[in-house]
Design a protein around this ligand. Structure first.
Ligand SMILES: [Zn+2]
Length: 70
């Protein structure tokens, strides 16, 4: 099995949307911020930042790496 570090571009958005919705992309469990509280107990911060970078592609804007919770 491959890790999510090598996901194709299309999957980035699903990972992002899942994290935004506080649903673990891997086990579908509940999430607290970037930490899965479900089965896999995975921390998605790295994937989040990676997916965001890959999604934004060329535009190098410096901003917050987290979701805007306003
Ligand atoms: Zn999980």
């Amino acid at each position: 099995m491959k890790t999510l570090d090598t996901l194709p571009g299309e999957s980035n958005t699903s990972v992002i949307s899942s994290i935004i919705n506080l649903v673990c992309p891997q086990c579908g469990g509940r999430m607290s911020e970037f930490q899965c509280e479900g089965r896999c107990s995975r921390n998605w911060l790295a994937e989040w930042e990676w997916a965001n970078q890959a999604t934004r592609s060329s535009k190098s804007r410096r901003g917050h790496a987290g979701p805007s919770m306003r």
